[in-house]
Design a protein. Structure first.
Length: 314
């Protein structure tokens, strides 16, 4: 039967909801859109501090200490994301999907920290919590180092290469477009290629997931990366070309082509590639299932939902 939670458990549930909610409210008012230059610079502090804390916790050999460091990392890193929903919404032409995912993500990041706390309390450290912290560190340090312009030539060079190759692909299939810098024009309709159009997010996602597998050798990791990163890059060129064709050909609006059709296609492609990766790295499947099964640990937060939904804990 379900046990009534004690005061301590109720406090855990209260703070689990309070912390991310306050972060989102504070983030919205402190970092309004468009952000000032100072705001853009200051936000890198919680971003990189959170990433580095997760990396240190991932590498820490003493499990309890590592969990404490990762808790701090998840909280700091989630604050960075709490400042981002309005920016993602307005900067991408009213893209509600990315903003909503970002809001949900803040609670998920805090949930990871909550399970690190649960591990300390129960002295029960599970591998997938360390894996997801390591994956976040690897993916985050690569992506945000480039995105922040720490190596500006790398960022601008990657955008120009993708713009050139996307335009080349259009010309290859008989669509007469031309490139002006990072802008591709088709039927007098200009479409600008930005950093997000390079598929860098999807690429570093797989780099992080695969690279953080401690029990997998380098050869197998490289093999798995070759069957994911290369297809992602070329599929992204097709995605860019398709958006330009649909918008320039006046077949549909940019919002429909980019925010609905292209995103749905990208999601399907990533899911397919993920299942292909499982064939090479069943360890990755185990870690993902472990993350999905975290609610089965039934700590205070899970027990709260059991009671809230009127279910019996057997």
């Amino acid at each position: 039967m379900y046990k009534n939670p004690g005061t301590s458990d109720r406090n855990v549930v209260f703070f689990f909801f309070l912390i991310p909610t306050l972060m989102l409210i504070i983030g919205y008012f402190i970092f309004p859109f468009p952000p000032s230059l100072l705001a853009k610079q200051l936000i890198y502090i919680p971003l990189f501090l959170g990433i580095f804390l997760l990396g240190i916790g991932f590498l820490c050999k003493e499990k309890s200490l590592g969990s404490k460091i990762k808790i701090a990392g998840w909280i700091v890193f989630s604050f960075f994301w709490a400042t981002s929903p309005s920016y993602l919404y307005f900067s991408e032409g009213g893209d509600f999907f990315n903003a909503a995912v970002c809001i949900i993500g803040v609670y998920i990041l805090i949930y990871m920290g909550y399970h690190e706390w649960l591990s300390i309390k129960r002295n029960e450290h599970i591998s997938c919590l360390n894996w997801i912290a390591g994956g976040t560190f690897l993916a985050g340090i690569i992506y945000f180092t480039v995105d922040a312009g720490i190596f500006p030539e790398l960022k601008t060079g990657l955008i120009e290469i993708v713009a050139t190759q996307s335009n080349w692909l259009l010309n290859l299939v008989g669509i007469e477009s031309y490139r002006q810098g990072v802008m591709i024009v088709y039927n007098e309709t200009p479409i600008t290629i930005i950093f997000a159009c390079t598929a860098i997010q999807s690429i570093v996602l797989f780099v992080g997931m695969i690279g953080a597998l401690n029990k997998v050798g380098l050869k197998r990791k490289l093999m798995a990366l070759s069957v994911t990163v290369i297809p992602i890059y070329f599929l992204n060129l097709i995605r860019n070309a398709s958006v330009i064709f649909l918008v320039g050909g006046q077949i549909t609006s940019f919002e429909m082509a980019h925010n609905v059709i292209a995103k749905a296609g990208s999601l399907i492609a990533l899911i397919v590639l993920l299942f292909i990766t499982f064939k090479f790295l069943p360890e990755l499947y185990d870690e993902i299932i472990c993350i999905i099964d975290l609610p089965k640990r039934k700590g205070p937060v899970e027990n709260f939902f059991i009671k809230f939904l009127g279910k019996k804990d057997r």
